[in-house]
Design a protein around this ligand. Structure first.
Ligand SMILES: [Zn+2]
Length: 252
């Protein structure tokens, strides 16, 4: 158990600069290229640039301007993911699949909060990688017990169906309601977040989506009550979808 905790927390610390770089690069308005330099002084940042910029302090290494996700937030999110994966206590391949999904979901969460966008390369990477890795986990299976059988092809099929079905509902809402429906980015994100829920079982699909909608509704009420947003204010839904799947993972 000790090595489990320390190795996963170490892994979370190691990937933090990479996730910070993804967030800073992609937190740009739609139609603009990815950010490669500090907005204030033009100094390059990235894994090949000054790494100081990608530290938990979230400041440009050259001019100290704030850059990317707020200080310590990405790091705390990754530690939370590591703790959830330890609590979930799944087989090695399932854990790899869920970790892959989470490593796409964390930057998506911060980019959506910053600029209300869910970049395709992250939503597609999440969907493709999660489905392939869960497929491998289904193939290898494992032994399991009579009471708690190892997830196999059935779980994988359920994951595929859940992702496709919920994404279709989201696309339908976009077609029917236009801007008042879900965004297409949400539909692409839900391909993977609902697949994670589907792997855990149909009740978890319902539970995870319920958590997402309840948290979004509660947040809207709080923001309205504190006059942080107007009625027309559009709340990004991606972070709540991610929250729903993470809570389901932690509880199963
Ligand atoms: Zn700078």
């Amino acid at each position: 158990m000790g090595t489990n905790w320390s190795s996963r927390l170490l892994a979370a610390a190691t990937v933090a600069p990479l996730i910070r770089w993804l967030v800073a690069a992609d937190s740009v308005p739609s139609g603009t290229g990815r950010r490669a330099t500090c907005d204030a002084c033009g100094a390059p940042f990235g894994l090949d640039g000054p790494l100081r910029t990608l530290s938990p302090l979230a400041r440009c290494g050259a001019c100290r301007q704030r850059i990317g996700a707020p200080p310590l937030t990405v790091e705390l999110a990754l530690v939370a993911v590591a703790v959830v994966l330890i609590l979930a206590d799944r087989s090695a391949l399932e854990t790899v699949a869920f970790a892959w999904w989470a490593l796409c979901a964390v930057p998506l969460l911060f980019v959506d909060l910053a600029v209300h966008r869910l970049p395709d390369r992250l939503t597609y990477a999440a969907a493709g990688g999660t489905v392939v890795l869960l497929g491998l986990a289904a193939l290898v299976g494992g032994t399991g017990t009579a009471d708690d059988p190892a997830p196999g092809g059935g779980a994988w099929l359920r994951a595929l169906l859940a992702g496709a079905a919920v994404a279709s509902l989201f696309v339908a809402s976009t077609l029917l309601l236009g801007r008042r429906g879900f965004g297409l980015g949400d539909a692409k994100l839900v391909l993977s977040s609902a697949a994670v829920l589907g792997w855990l079982g149909w009740p978890m699909v319902a539970f995870g989506l319920m958590v997402a909608f309840a948290a979004a509704a509660l947040t809207s009420v709080v923001l309205l009550a504190t006059h942080r947003v107007q009625w027309s204010g559009h709340l990004p839904f991606g972070p709540f979808l991610i929250l729903g799947s993470v809570v389901a993972l932690a509880l199963t």
